[in-house]
Design a protein around this ligand. Structure first.
Ligand SMILES: *[C@@H]1O[C@H](CO)[C@@H](O)[C@H](O)[C@H]1NC(C)=O
Ligand SMILES: *[C@@H]1O[C@H](CO)[C@@H](O)[C@H](O)[C@H]1NC(C)=O
Ligand SMILES: *[C@@H]1O[C@H](CO)[C@@H](O)[C@H](O)[C@H]1NC(C)=O
Ligand SMILES: *[C@@H]1O[C@H](CO)[C@@H](O)[C@H](O)[C@H]1NC(C)=O
Ligand SMILES: *[C@@H]1O[C@H](CO)[C@@H](O)[C@H](O)[C@H]1NC(C)=O
Length: 242
């Protein structure tokens, strides 16, 4: 790791005169300053930002075409980077995507591969790290939702992988650290979803029974999305489609 950080440290002194747009990151590329990773048809963009003129910087994903920056995912929401020293996003060791500031790792995907890996932003708003040799995903951002559920994303639990997909609000529009509100699955008894305010349930979907959640009525409403619930041993998920 030390060797890698040393090389990165040298990169930081390469003066950049323009912001580059990448379609993917391989072992030999890195993102810094105003560089961005752009999805195939340009729907989403990943880069560094300061929310609403905060002092802190974050690695985040937003809609490229919406001029009022609309952030849908944040990597280091718990680890803000104050100041102006360069942030660098890079794949190291191969297969581990890391965010580095001043030679220390701020955020890491914690993944490894035996050979080169690439990081790519999909048009669905999913940042994926692909094992080049096997073609599988080592990691994907939709397994770590922040406050936004995009079409195709899941909420619920995957017991086999120990993953819980839940939404948590930003603390304020200046600070993406998890705030008061959480929307998550409750799998005691018939599964259902609940909105909690500092741990206190404010809204429940009611248990899922056959075709709908007991406590939600869609009659009279125009359906702009569809709920798809999957309950099977070891897995409970809830998807919304536009
Ligand atoms: C973004 O906006 C431009 C200009 O309005 C438009 O031509 C382009 O198709 C849009 N791209 C996407 C991905 O929506
Ligand atoms: C943050 O955004 C809100 C509106 O979303 C605005 O009223 C406020 O002035 C902004 N604060 C700063 C420090 O930019
Ligand atoms: C970088 O880290 C070193 C050691 O922790 C510290 O002395 C220095 O002030 C930091 N520089 C910046 C620009 O944050
Ligand atoms: C990577 O591991 C660290 C230390 O265990 C943990 O704090 C962090 O949340 C992990 N990152 C991801 C993306 O899971
Ligand atoms: C891995 O990266 C090295 C250096 O960038 C390159 O020479 C090699 O062809 C890559 N291997 C694969 C399997 O892509």
């Amino acid at each position: 790791m030390e060797g890698v950080l040393h090389i990165l440290f040298c990169f930081l002194f390469v003066h950049k005169i323009y912001a580059a747009e990448f379609n993917f990151l391989s072992d030999s590329q890195f993102l810094t300053d105003k560089d961005t990773l752009v999805s195939e048809t340009g729907i989403f963009e990943l880069g560094f930002f300061r929310p609403n003129s905060s002092e802190n910087r974050y690695l985040g994903m937003w809609y490229r075409n919406i001029s009022l920056r609309t952030v849908v995912w944040v990597a280091n929401r718990d680890h803000p980077v104050p100041g102006a020293s360069p942030l660098t996003l890079k794949i190291v060791n191969p297969g581990n995507l890391v965010l580095i500031n001043n030679m220390s790792v701020i955020w890491s995907s914690n993944t490894t591969a035996s050979e080169n890996a690439t990081a790519k932003l999909l048009d669905t708003g999913n940042l994926v790290i692909t094992n080049i040799l096997l073609g599988n995903y080592l990691w994907q951002s939709i397994d770590y939702p922040t406050d936004t559920l995009l079409p195709g994303m899941k909420l619920g639990k995957d017991y086999s992988r120990g993953i819980e997909w839940r939404l948590s609000s930003w603390k304020s529009n200046q600070d993406p650290v998890p705030g008061e509100f959480i929307y998550e699955a409750n799998t005691q008894g018939y599964p259902q979803f609940g909105l909690k305010d500092r741990g206190v349930v404010k809204h429940r979907s009611g248990p899922w029974k056959i075709e709908r959640f007991g406590g939600i009525s869609f009659s009279g409403m125009i359906l702009t999305f569809m709920i798809n619930v999957v309950v099977k041993p070891g897995n409970f998920e809830h998807l919304k489609y536009p």
